[in-house]
Design a protein around this ligand. Sequence first.
Ligand SMILES: [Mn+2]
Length: 196
Amino acid sequence: MENRIGSCTRKTKETDITLSINLDGSGRNQIDTGIPFFDHMLDGFARHGLFDLNVKAKGDLDVDCHHTIEDTGIVLGEAVAKALGNKAGIKRYGSFLLPMDEVLALCAIDLSGRPYLKYDAEFTVPYLGAMDTEMIQEFFYAVSYSAAMNLHLKIMDQGNNHHMAEALFKAFGKALDMATQEEPRIKEVWSTKGSL
Ligand SMILES: [Mn+2]
């Protein structure tokens, strides 16, 4: 099977983003959003999901990080959806329980075509670097609806805020890698409805 690659460009008055993802990559990535902590999170996502990811985002960071992070989520979701096409022959479900020292994060995904985010994570600091911690939920919400995926994220054991954020992004990478893997026993779309 050829590498499944999706790319997406989005330009508004607030942001200008170009992103491409190779679902069958090796984790190589080049990420520049202008928000170093967010770059660090996307690096963890790509590396541990074994996705090749290129992101160039220029946003209105003079306002704050909101539009840049939200719109990067929208563009990432669209690129994943494009790379998956009709989703024939994939596992569809994926989940991962990721420990990071004292922190334990859960991610479960169904590439169902029905967007839904269930997010349960409480941060005790407002910022990590120049990234608002409340933007973590906004990012995953944007990904979930633009890729039309059912996405559950939950911090099972709390701890250091940097660890909690990083554990969520890495768990998301691992679970998405699992859900997008090919299932050789299935040739068609794995749904009783016949489409996802
Ligand atoms: Mn880190």
